[in-house]
Design a protein around this ligand. Structure first.
Ligand code: HEC
Length: 139
């Protein structure tokens, strides 16, 4: 029962994602993404938490979602930034959906929370360089 319930809840969360992405990318005066996701914590809460959970421990449901808590693969910011930009397995990509600033912020956030305490940070310029040209015209 527990497995079925968590599978269903992950499916429900997955089905909400396109609307999260659409909202994050919506055009308009200043866009509302800046109003809703101005810090790594907010971006995590709005976008990543649905899958990786509030405590960063991930879970097992429709897909195996790895923990970000205590994950040694976060030792370099380049790895999580690559995953967030390009997607990975069942994880969607966020290049062009989140701004480079939001991606830098959320990478810096996950590397300094959930028991992670890496001191170095990734800059917006590095994320921009990794992202390359936008996949569609930016608003
Ligand atoms: C739709 C669910 C979903 C969302 C939303 C999501 N992820 Fe993931 N994430 C996954 C899955 C599934 C994997 C594992 C992919 C695989 O191994 O094939 C993963 C893998 C990762 C990894 C690699 C971990 C490792 O051990 O290799 C990082 C880092 C990561 N996610 C960070 C994030 C961040 C930061 C966000 C928010 C911007 C985010 N994810 C949003 C589902 C998600």
């Amino acid at each position: 029962m527990k497995t079925l319930r968590s599978t269903l809840s992950i499916l429900a969360l997955l089905s909400t994602l396109p609307s999260v992405a659409a909202r994050a990318d919506s055009p308009g005066a200043g866009g509302d993404r800046d109003a809703t996701m101005t810090s790594g914590a907010e971006t995590y809460r709005h976008v990543c938490q649905a899958c990786h959970m509030a405590n960063g421990k991930g879970g097992v449901g429709a897909a195996v979602i790895p923990a970000l808590a205590g994950n040694p693969k976060l030792a370099s910011p380049i790895y999580p930034a690559t995953v967030v930009l390009n997607g990975y397995g069942a994880m969607p990509w966020f290049n062009g959906v989140l701004t480079p600033q939001q991606i830098a912020d959320v990478v810096n956030y996950v590397r300094t929370h959930f028991g992670n305490s890496y001191k170095d940070t990734i800059t917006v310029d590095t994320v921009k360089a990794m992202a390359g040209p936008p996949p569609h015209p930016m608003h």
